[in-house]
Write a protein that binds this ligand. Structure first.
Ligand code: MOS
Length: 768
């Protein structure tokens, strides 16, 4: 029985393509009401009045709710505590009221009739200025609420000290983190070459197909039930119970199939629909429109990164000092400073480092997680400078990375040593790739660049159960939201562990009232943790089945095997008993056998992931347009349980990375208004702009992972922009763009500021 390592299609593909998947918006609920939000039209203002009479007069409008109407009992600084603005508006697009009506159309009409009177305040929009002492505050009311949420830990867990007393900062600075080791000043002073640079990256939208959606109702016994497009069933349940002051078992959360999430779907609208259902005692659904989702949901924040780093004459990295300013937007939702600091030096061995990150509040939406949060900006910065360092040292850029890349046992930037880590193997795979060898033979205007990215991965305990049914099929039950095809992976794991064909495994995502515990689907850890629990559960079920078969066949369990759907004495096919026959003997009146079930529980160590990219671009010197001609991603996946799905993640991450590199940005104007709030203005990669992507699966098995597997979702997005930036420099004789996305205008300006010397052909830095 070999299920592991075989490519099979995702189980959710066909229903999604056929349109039969039941998403959160498709829950059939009798008596359903529809909600529509009223969004603030100023970025910073005091609310002087909300007039709801006209909306309420509209037939079909059931209620217009404002912050005071929501039955929330808990306070805190995260957005969940304030799903509607109280007295102060802190970003354009912030929900200030919610209209609930008998139809979506009525709710929308009602929302247009709600009059919100605002008294504008100066918006705080300049990220750097906002952090300086004496800066005007992005928020002036409600500052004494309890501590921020711990959502940051959901994606990756890092501990770091903060910036101490030595630096005066404004009150907009929500949090700081500093990781240091050794004497950076001395290391830089003693370096043969030192390079530095300042990089900026924009607000980024996850671009999932399904907008934020949830449906909530009260069961007849008063239990609050939510069907939600959420990445996290249990933490949503616990958060809602806390918000409404209910015992956990009075809230039931079901995660519906996700139409993409990428980190963005966590407690954004659940409190709103739940509150409306509690107040109105009727089922309520909210589906954000695309523009509402872009303006008011959960995009990743802009960043400014300043780095200075050096190497000795032999190309050994010496010291690095970084300072990352993270635009946290208006509410203190997702603390990313530790991870932003840690990632800012890449996965290399530095003799000394000082890594600082500051999270700064501004009057823009709110920083949300997006696939390896803060990692793409970090890799763009540090990988650009490493290439420059290689050029100055006249060392091949891949060789420089290979000389310094961290491996198992090396100190990680946060302190503890790296566990098994395949970054070197990824770099070696690129070094041996024909596209890298051919980099010296490119036509004028083309270049090849490489970059390395890593992601520490999250960790969270997980459990899973499985049950042998009367038809001889195995049902696997978890509480993990399926964001990325993990159910297909669970089937592969259970099939391998139990010993039957994957087609005989059914996978069920249960709601919080009955599911074994599972953490959030995020941090690239579901297959690694929940999958491991599935493996254990299936192994236990197999043992139980052997106990039964041992009695039926009168042979010791250790002499049994499962082959072709039958339990048999090892090597004696004629004596086999089909599993469905056994199962039906077990599950009947008068059966002497207990049901065959298994339960697996795990708590696993962190398993960091890495991916290296090679990008081949052509730069048009007249327009600044960059065309990606070819792209290679080499990723350490531990073990590819289902290579087709792994390659899908590698391609998807690379494509999103190309969006970071060349196309996407949420632009807020000088008043804090979003000017790219539709898919017409927000440029995402499309089939026409994406080249053929060559996926190189690297397998460095993780001992704790199911069959050696580790997470694969986040690593492939990290270093794409860095590789493209290095390719642009290679194509243009060293022209550097330090701002994402690298639009034609920015590339053209950089080219203009750095004319080609004497019209000589460009020379790629790696061919020096
Ligand atoms: Mo999160 S970006 O879903 O780990």
């Amino acid at each position: 029985m070999a299920a592991v390592g075989v490519s099979t299609p995702r189980r959710d593909s066909e229903p999604k393509v056929r349109g039969t998947t039941r998403f959160a918006a498709d829950a059939p609920v009798a008596g359903l009401l529809h909600a529509r939000l009223v969004l603030a039209h100023e970025a910073h203002a005091m609310i002087s009045e909300i007039r709801r009479e006209a909306a309420l007069a509209l037939e079909g409008v059931v209620a217009v709710l404002t912050a005071a109407d929501l039955p929330l009992v808990a306070t805190g600084r995260g957005r969940q505590y304030e799903p509607l603005a109280r007295e102060e508006v802190i970003y354009a697009g912030q929900p200030v009221a919610m209209v609930v009506a008998e139809s979506e159309a009525r709710a929308e009409d009602g929302a247009e009739l709600v009059e919100v009177e605002l008294e504008p305040l100066e918006p705080v929009l300049d990220l750097e200025a906002a952090g300086r002492p004496g800066a005007p505050r992005a928020r002036v009311t409600g500052l004494d609420d309890a501590d921020g949420s711990d959502l940051g830990d959901a994606h990756a867990t890092v501990s770091a000290a903060g910036v101490g007393q030595e630096e005066e900062l404004s009150e907009n600075v929500l949090d700081t983190a500093r990781l240091s080791n050794g004497d950076v000043d001395a290391a830089l002073a003693g370096s043969h070459v030192v390079v530095s640079g300042r990089f900026t990256t924009p607000w980024m939208y996850q671009g999932y197909l399904e907008p934020q959606t949830a449906t909530a109702w009260l069961d007849p016994d008063g239990r609050l039930t939510i069907w939600s497009a959420t990445q996290a069933t249990f933490s949503t349940r616990d958060a809602l119970a806390r918000l409404f002051g209910l015992p956990g078992e009075r809230v039931r959360v079901a995660s519906t199939p996700l139409g993409g999430a990428f980190g963005g779907k966590l407690m954004i609208i659940d409190p709103l629909v739940a509150a409306a259902a509690v107040v109105l005692r009727r089922p309520v659904r909210l589906v954000m429109t695309r523009s509402e989702d872009m303006a008011a949901a959960n995009p990743a924040g802009a960043e400014m990164l300043s780095l200075e780093l050096g190497a000795d004459a032999d190309g050994n990295l010496t010291g690095i000092r970084t300072r990352v300013l993270v635009d946290r937007g208006a509410t203190d939702d997702f603390g990313v400073e530790s991870i932003a600091a840690m990632l800012s030096c890449g996965s290399y061995r530095w003799a000394a480092h000082e890594l600082t990150a500051l999270g700064i509040a501004t009057n823009r939406v709110t920083f949300g997680a997006y696939r390896a949060p803060t990692a793409p900006p970090a890799a763009f910065a540090v990988e650009s400078l490493l290439d420059e360092l290689a050029g100055r040292l006249e060392i091949d850029p891949l060789e420089l990375r290979l000389r310094n890349v961290a491996g198992e046992g090396d100190r990680s930037p946060a302190g503890p040593p790296f566990p098994i880590f395949g970054a070197r193997d990824c770099l070696e795979r690129l070094r041996d790739h024909p596209r890298w060898s051919a980099r010296g033979e490119l036509p004028d205007g083309e270049g090849i660049g490489v970059a390395l990215g890593w992601w520490p991965g999250g960790y969270e305990p997980a459990a899973a159960a499985c049950r042998l049914d009367a038809d001889g099929n195995l049902t696997v039950i978890t509480g993990a939201a399926d964001m990325s095809g993990v159910e297909t992976g669970f089937a592969t794991i259970a099939a391998e562990a139990f010993g039957i064909d994957p087609e005989r495994i059914r996978v069920v995502t249960a709601d919080t009232s009955s599911a074994p515990y599972a953490g959030m689907s995020g941090g690239s850890k579901v297959t690694y943790t929940v999958g491991r629990a599935v493996e254990r559960a299936a192994i236990e079920a197999r043992e139980r089945l052997f106990e039964v078969a041992s009695q039926e066949l009168e042979i010791a369990p250790e002499d049994l095997e499962i082959v072709d759907g039958a339990v048999r004495p090892a090597g004696v096919p004629a004596k086999g008993l089909a599993i469905d026959e056994l199962a039906s003997r077990i599950l009947q009146f008068g059966s002497p056998h207990p049901p065959v079930e298994g339960h697996g529980r795990v708590s696993q160590p962190q398993a960091p992931q890495s991916a290296a990219h090679l990008s081949h671009v052509r730069v048009d010197r007249d327009t600044g347009a960059v065309t990606v001609l070819a792209h290679v991603v080499a990723q350490d996946v531990g073990r590819a349980l289902n290579p087709a799905l792994v390659e899908g993640q590698m391609r998807g991450g690379t494509v999103q990375g190309l969006g970071w590199a060349l196309l996407e940005q949420l632009v807020h104007d000088g008043h804090g208004q979003l000017t790219t709030g539709t898919f017409v203005d927000y440029a995402m990669p499309t089939a026409g702009t994406v080249p053929a992507i060559d996926t190189e699966i690297v397998e460095v098995p993780v001992p704790e992972g199911p069959y050696g597997a580790k997470g694969v979702g986040e690593a492939p997005v990290v270093a794409v922009a860095g590789a493209v930036a290095n390719a642009i420099a290679a194509a243009t004789g060293g022209v550097r763009v330090r701002e994402l996305p690298m639009t034609p205008e920015r590339v053209w300006r950089a080219l203009a500021a750095h004319p080609r010397p004497g019209g000589a052909p460009d020379r790629a830095p790696q061919s020096l």
